[in-house]
Design a protein around this ligand. Structure first.
Ligand SMILES: Nc1ncnc2c1ncn2[C@@H]1O[C@H](COP(=O)(O)OP(=O)(O)OP(=O)(O)O)[C@@H](O)[C@H]1O
Length: 261
């Protein structure tokens, strides 16, 4: 199985909820096989922006996007592009682990594969095992694959959701505060996993945890908003080391040193 992580190139992106512009004029490039962290105060549009990267934003009533998101040479907002196939290429992991509660561990991982047409049990077996191994969960669940996914711990459920996301071989993995509902041990397990997954995927993670951004990401993007009711903007994006040691913009420095937010 060959994974082809892809480059993301965003230009002039605005996202709206009805008439409210939540993010304004965002442009950034994200290199393949890197982890990029989105940080910034509550309401600055991190999650909204993340959801524009796989056409999830428009699922919200009133949700609308202007601008361009290139995945290598394909504009995700181009005419005739199928949002469902975009979401297959750009997978997502959410804040709260959300396995399908009544489905077995096995079926949780296989669910997306069945949708895209893989039906043969022998093929599914191979991909389910590989995905659970990829999510560092195999050893913990291999003897209870037919038990419900909801019977796992929170951290295990989140790794199950990661296994489900990677089973369909996306090019990009978006993670919206994937550790915020987890204890410190499970958080470290997910962080280690992110480090392994970036060999194969382009990863973008929203996090409120500055130490986490510093630990897991290669690049960090800082977003801010002038005031409540104003749109969020990208203030700067740079190597994580630089953002945390010597950022170019004063507001970034103030935010990372805990002076606001
Ligand atoms: N479904 C929605 N309908 C209307 N406005 C929304 C909706 N979701 C978010 N917003 C607004 O869009 C703006 C950006 O929200 P978003 O959740 O993207 O910010 P965030 O930076 O991810 O915040 P947090 O760190 O608190 O999760 C906020 O003003 C928010 O109130």
């Amino acid at each position: 199985m060959i994974h082809m992580a892809k480059r993301i190139d965003v230009s002039g992106l605005n996202a709206y909820y009805g008439s409210f512009r939540a993010i304004e004029d965002i442009s950034m490039a994200i290199e393949p096989r890197t982890v990029t962290a989105f940080i910034g105060p509550s309401g600055c549009g991190k999650s909204t922006f993340l959801r524009t990267l796989n056409r999830m934003h428009e699922v919200t009533p009133g949700g609308r996007v202007e601008g361009k998101v290139m995945l290598d040479d394909e504009n995700l907002y181009g005419a005739g592009v199928d949002p469902v196939s975009v979401r297959r290429e750009v997978g997502m992991v959410f804040q709260r682990p959300n396995p399908f509660p009544t489905m077995s561990i096995y079926d949780n991982v296989a669910a997306g594969l069945k949708l895209v047409g893989t039906k043969k049990k022998s093929e599914l077996d191979v991909i389910v095992e590989k995905s659970l191994k990829g999510a560092n969960l195999w050893n913990e669940v291999k003897d209870r694959l037919n038990k419900p996914g909801s019977g796992l711990s929170g951290g295990q459920q989140q790794r199950l959701c990661i296994a489900r996301a990677i089973a369909v071989e996306p090019k990009v993995l978006l993670m919206d505060e994937p550790c915020s509902a987890l204890d410190p041990i499970s958080t470290l397990a997910i962080e280690d996993l992110i480090g392994e997954l970036k060999e194969r995927f382009t990863i973008v993670i929203v996090t409120h945890n500055m130490q986490q951004a510093a630990r897991v990401s290669d690049r960090t993007a800082f977003f801010n908003l002038a005031a409540v009711g104003q749109p969020g903007k990208l203030i700067e994006i740079d190597d994580t080391e630089r953002i945390f040691s010597n950022p170019s913009v004063q507001a970034t420095e103030d935010y990372i040193s805990g002076r606001f937010g």
